[in-house]
Write a protein that binds this ligand. Structure first.
Ligand code: HEC
Ligand code: HEC
Length: 154
């Protein structure tokens, strides 16, 4: 069950075009909750449950809360801020969209040439680079220089 969910999220992220087609064929019905107004990368028919799984995976992958990418307004007298999910005012959300397209492109245009994409768990995802941080380690200089065991010479 857990694996299936994970696989679904990866497929949504990595094979958007295929999912788009199968969603159209299924002609799913949605609640009002599932009507999103500003999906530019994910298929328009993505359900609320699916959005939530994907967004949760973004949060865990980058080590952030929803408001890292989404605009929030403090409401006097309310514990929770009010969220404007559809707004594109935060640059992080726009960057995340490019990242989604980049991740799909790496999987479908590049990795697909090296290996058949039979197992979605072998595709790259946000966490592959981000590993719980907003800024991935982009240089070997940032890695700790701990000696490796056994066949290391020094
Ligand atoms: C790393 C950035 C990032 C984080 C963190 C994030 N989101 Fe998103 N969210 C996006 C992007 C990008 C889109 C637009 C996707 C698209 O264009 O297809 C989006 C779209 C949405 C939408 C659809 C809005 C609409 O009407 O179009 C909802 C709802 C949403 N996110 C909820 C959440 C929730 C809940 C969380 C926290 C659990 C969260 N997001 C965390 C980047 C993020
Ligand atoms: C191939 C590696 C790679 C993958 C995969 C990847 N990212 Fe990134 N991401 C980067 C790099 C590199 C940066 C730039 C970091 C910097 O500014 O130094 C970045 C930056 C970002 C930023 C901006 C952070 C900031 O400090 O402003 C966001 C948001 C982000 N990525 C979200 C995502 C999301 C969401 C996914 C999955 C859909 C994703 N990334 C997948 C490499 C990756």
């Amino acid at each position: 069950m857990k694996i299936n969910k994970k696989a679904a999220i990866v497929i949504l992220l990595c094979s958007g075009m295929f999912v788009l087609q199968s969603f159209k064929q299924q002609q799913k019905k949605h609640d009002d909750d599932d009507k999103f107004t500003n999906l530019q990368v994910l298929p328009a028919a993505t359900t609320g449950k699916e959005i939530h799984e994907i967004m949760k995976s973004f949060c865990i992958s980058l080590g952030v809360h929803c408001n890292y990418c989404h605009v929030s307004h403090e409401v006097p007298g309310q514990d929770r801020p009010s969220m404007d999910w559809a707004s594109d005012d935060k640059p992080e959300k726009k960057t995340a969209r490019e990242m989604m397209k980049m991740t799909m492109a790496i999987n479908t245009e590049h990795l697909a040439k090296i290996k058949a994409m039979g197992d979605p768990l072998e595709q790259i995802r946000c966490v592959t680079c981000h590993m719980g941080r907003t800024t991935p380690i982009i240089s070997v200089d940032s890695l700790p220089r701990t000696p490796r065991a056994a066949n290391d010479r020094h």
